[in-house]
Design a protein around this ligand. Structure first.
Ligand code: HSE
Length: 340
């Protein structure tokens, strides 16, 4: 069977995933028996296009490079909004990679709901819908006999979600602690080298680590959402975003960072949650940690997460936390888990 993919959103992450698919097309067919076509793209800025026979992705990338709207793609349906693309195309897998709105779920929430109701699988790195409505969306997926996969919502392609849900199946996770935002970890690392906050933030944006609106990163909302996602999926909590205490890194000055260095310490934006007596405490905030602490050595856009389990004690995973290819890869893992 040939799977047909429709991309809702085609920014950094979507293009990163499309690059991987182009590079790995043959391997995917031979090793994983996975045949696919990309039939539609609907993007707020780039325009939208649908060809039931499959799009020529070399042409798509050329058009993007030349600043052309995808709506100028020849001999295809163009101008379709996301919902129409989800409902009316012959796609069976929806790749939801529009911008994240952590506080409401944003338009992405409607996209995911619609796709699941249509009986289409969804793979997504979008944190908003998972943070806001995971229980409802998982129920919808089950009712419609399809899958909703979101590995890339935490630690990009580093398998933090699958590690907890699949590889540690049967273990109880009653605590986690880590660094779950690449942008702020990158900024703090650069500030330690003497770069000022604004320049470091701009670099993080250029490198594709930051959110479309980087306020979400530096004020800790992105990490707050990821902490919520982990609490509700990995620890079976049932809490809302505002139940995760939050502080970002905007108050930290170059001076604070340098002073910590002189004390043999390092500022990190730490996310943690712990279940005690059936209640959960979850929090995101900057902490000054000693240099010999394992999290102190996690630098740049790298992230790390330690799960405390009943059978194994602490299990730690370290790897990329953001980036075009790194987050794009999470979608490949999700895709292969669906078509397995
Ligand atoms: N803006 C996010 C980060 C991207 O910096 O971690 C990955 O979720």
């Amino acid at each position: 069977m040939t799977h047909r993919l429709a991309f809702i959103g085609f920014g950094v992450v979507g293009q990163g995933f499309a690059d991987i698919l182009a590079k790995k097309e043959e391997t995917l067919r031979e090793k994983y028996n996975f045949d696919f076509q990309i039939v539609a793209i609907s993007d707020m800025k780039l325009g939208s296009v649908y060809d039931p026979e499959g799009l020529d992705m070399t042409k798509i990338f050329e058009m993007i490079e030349n600043g052309q709207s995808l709506s100028e793609y020849p001999d295809a349906e163009t101008g379709w909004e996301p919902i129409e693309t989800i409902e009316e195309t012959n796609s069976d897998i929806i790749v939801e990679v529009t911008f994240t709105d952590m506080e409401t779920g944003g338009p992405a929430l409607d996209h995911v709901r619609t796709a699941l109701k249509e009986g289409k699988n969804v793979i997504s790195t979008n944190k908003g819908p998972v943070a806001q409505k995971i229980t409802e969306l998982q129920r919808l997926a089950e009712e419609n006999n399809v899958e909703y996969k979101f590995e890339g919502t935490v630690l990009s392609g580093t398998p933090a979600v699958n590690l907890a849900l699949k590889n540690l199946a049967g273990c109880e996770i009653n605590k986690f602690k880590g660094i779950v935002n690449g942008t702020t970890n990158y900024i703090l690392s650069k500030m330690e080298e003497g770069m000022d906050y604004e320049e470091a933030l701009q670099k993080a944006q250029k490198l594709g680590y930051a959110e479309a609106d980087p306020t979400g990163d530096v004020e800790g909302i992105d990490a707050q959402g990821k902490t919520l996602i982990l609490a509700n999926t990995v620890m079976d909590a049932d809490i809302d975003l505002n139940e995760v205490e939050r502080e970002g890194i905007t108050e930290l000055t170059l001076d604070d960072v340098q002073k910590a260095k002189d004390e043999g310490k390092r500022w990190k934006l730490i996310s943690k949650a712990e279940v005690e007596d059936d209640a959960i405490e979850a929090k995101v905030g900057p902490e000054k940690i000693p240099l010999d602490h394992p999290l102190a050595g996690v630098m740049g856009p790298t992230n790390a997460l330690t799960y405390t389990t009943d059978h194994l004690g602490d299990v730690t995973i370290i790897g990329p936390g953001a980036g075009k290819e790194e987050t794009g890869y999470a979608l490949l893992v999700d895709l292969l888990s669906i078509v397995d």
